[in-house]
Design a protein. Sequence first.
Lengths: 571, 421
Amino acid sequence: MQLTVWTYEGPPHVGAMRVATAMRGVHYVLHAPQGDTYADLLFTMIERNPARPPVTYTTFQARDLGKDTAELFKKSAREAYERFKPELVLVGASCTAELIQDDPAGIGQTIGIPVPVVPVEFSAYQHKENHGASETFYRLARACTGNGAPRSGAPADPKTCNVLGPTALGFRHRDDVTEVCRLLAQLGVKVNVVAPLGASPGDLARLPDAAFNVVLYPELAETTARWLQKTYGQPMVSVVPIGVGATKDFVTRVATLAGVDPAPALSGMGSRLPWYSRSVDSTYLTGKRVFIFGDASHVVAAARVASEELGFTVVGLGTYSRELARDVRAAAQKYGVPALISDDHLEVEETIAALHPELVLGTQMERHIAKRLGLPCAVISAPVHVQDYPARYSPQMGFEGANVLFDTWVHPLMMGLEEHLLSMFREDFEFADGAGPSHLGAHAPKGAVTRGESSPHAGEVRAAAAPAALAPPGQVAPTLLGTAHVEASEGAGSEPAAITSPAQPSAPPKQEPPAGATVSTWTVEAEKELKKIPFFVRGKAKRNTERFAQERNIALITLETLYDAKAHFRS
Amino acid sequence: MTACEVPTKVERPVLRERGQHEVFCGLTGIVWLHRKIQDAFFLVVGSRTCAHLIQSAAGVMIFAEPRFATAILQDKDLAGLTDANEELDRVVNRLLARRPDIKLLFLVGSCPSEVIKLDLSRAALRLSKQHAGAVRVLNYSGSGIETTFTQGEDACLASMVPELPQAASTAPELLVVGSLPDVVEDQFQRLFERLSIPVRFFPPRRSTSLPSMGPGTRFLLAQPFLADTARRLEERGATRLAAPFPFGVEGTTAWFQAAARAFDVSDDRFAAAIEPAAARAKVALQGAKQRLAGKRIFFFPDSQLEVPLARFLSRELDMQLVEVGTPYLHQEHLSAELALLPPDVTVSEGQDVERQLDRCRAARPDLVVCGLGLANPLETQGLTTKWSIELVFTPVHGFDQAGDLADLFARPLVRRTRLEV
């Protein structure tokens, strides 16, 4: 048994749903108990799909278990076919149905549905969502090509490719496909089939007609691409075009396979990222300590962008995709950091807390962890959230994708800068310490921002909104600026309350472990000086100074001690 | 699938259906139950699907480490049940070591744990002994094969009934049963005080303050989905006060009235205590009534709140009921409610979602109350929808929430009229 509070991936049948929902003309008949229909809302609410996923659930109950659940499956499958008239029926079982062993795969073959019936079977107590999606896509590709039947007709045009991997409920798949197809068009390469997203079973039958395959999401499509390579001799492009460098590599690889000139795609304006990154206002990004977590391919790509294109320092990276752990380990080695291979979000949280990064690039899970730790964060990978389906065009891939990465990764750091400036001016009455951040509390109730006062209310506003902060060292803070190099965020430690429903009270904040007993005391001047340090590093500076004092048996911390400690930890 | 009309005891035809049920399972109740009982932890013994369900139903709310988790069964747990029990003990011990603030632990059964017949009641006994004095361990099933959505709360509360201490006296005392938002509970408490009725609430906010019960206990159900809990309370000698449920002015008044009668509160005193709140609530309904009167509404089955809510919308806001679907119709607990429904409405129990969608599209109601899986697809087809789950997560009981409850139904219609895109 694995104790799990939150999961990065759903069960494998949700992966199968992602493929079925992405395609046209496919209907999935799922042997599953009542309640498993919750999965529909992932598609209708998170992705805002206008239609229900093409899934029929048997929704058996306890009273059915004593009777004939296999019969219920047959009936559901026949009725689903009659109602939806799909071109192809997928059949399978969710975790509970797997246990009752009705063999939907076997039944599917015998119920006389006049279209192909493709069984997908998983080991639900072992595998997860991405495996389910990958396996389903592979089974469909095999089934639709007559199990790899030899291709007839003229040899494939070398300038044609398939684009493999995008599914429903994917992280920016919709826009990545548009961006990659645009790149391919610039190169004069024709897209034969995009799959699974938007493809019909008939389209999958045409997969062998392309000269090569572009694999956008290895987690979802590498298995299929390898099989196509083996069966039809189609080489694959497995460079994931996230970031300027990777996009250039991608273009070069595609051009080589297609026998075309890469120049048209490389010579254009490309991305603004290189210039924005070289622009002097980006100097403060130098060496920002970044922690990266997500699915394997996004993590590996993000590490390269962070390191080579934004000048960050990768202090840790990891993935929940055990299938591709090797790639992430290799990347970790390149950056000289350990790789965290785990799907336990508590372990991820501990790692982040221990590393004190200045920026977290992760999933929605890490966004919440970062919020709790008061760290800036940008989301780079599934699992998805309604926020990951922006109304605007927002790819991760290609040159436009690189622009998006620059904006979304740098923005949280800029917000931190604003916070910092506010705290610098806190002696000014408009910016009193008790006033909330400008983007939240600019019009806080009168009295909350008057000089020298900080009402409890204003304090709450601040505490709740404080997290998004991170300062650019070397750029702004006066006197103790150097300590801003120390990565911490204690000042923002108060935890936002969980809001699960307006009906219920908020959670009691998690108690921080009590700080170690302090033997040193602070002089008034030193304490005053400490307050000049930006709030988000103040706690760290205080702790460092106290540790410094304790180690040297200094009972009274003076201004001198403070600066001695600063110099010590700087060195 | 088969749909047949069967006359029932209340002489109202009920359309009973058995097909695809588009509903949550009982595990979903953990999302509000763990907020209500603040020193309780809910450990689902289930699959990755269970964990994924709760996280999807809860939204990605990871601000605090929640007081629920899933012990995900893995291949090796299925191979041998002895091992599964050892594994469960290990997981529980780890959990309790991490969370010393927990005083009550629920082991929550799921579809897979039920199918492999993992005996959680024995596990609860075993673990209760191990942690005696520190943590009480109970169990119930929230599995989809046995429970639909709010039935999970019923199963949870029913598991707590044997734990209620025996009252020292036989003096009459009122117990309000069903989890209510604290704000509503406080309002009810004040009104009962004005009526001089001694009242306790179940479930309590802390497991260490379980209400006692005895032969003098009279109980009022605050929720319509508590069949097993009510039965167990009755088995322990408590008496259920039959009443409509406290939604809207009429329902809330009748609900308090049932208590007032049982506790011999004079009419004058009742009027003095209740009328100000009732009058205020009537005022609060006026805005929504203008928008909702005459509008046709269709309920898909979800929480078992459908019948009382339909009664409120029909009688206090003049809405027309097209179909009132409910996952389970408890004839006895709902008899007062059913009697108040207009005669021409279709009441349906169970579900065949495809057929029900056909009926809904054919009826073209002005407002459809349905789950999150159906709402956007119906909106795409030009229908206006209200997410039913919000009715469970929002304070909607009692006088001072009547206006809010009406607004929940009015808002989607108002939005429709505002938007010009």
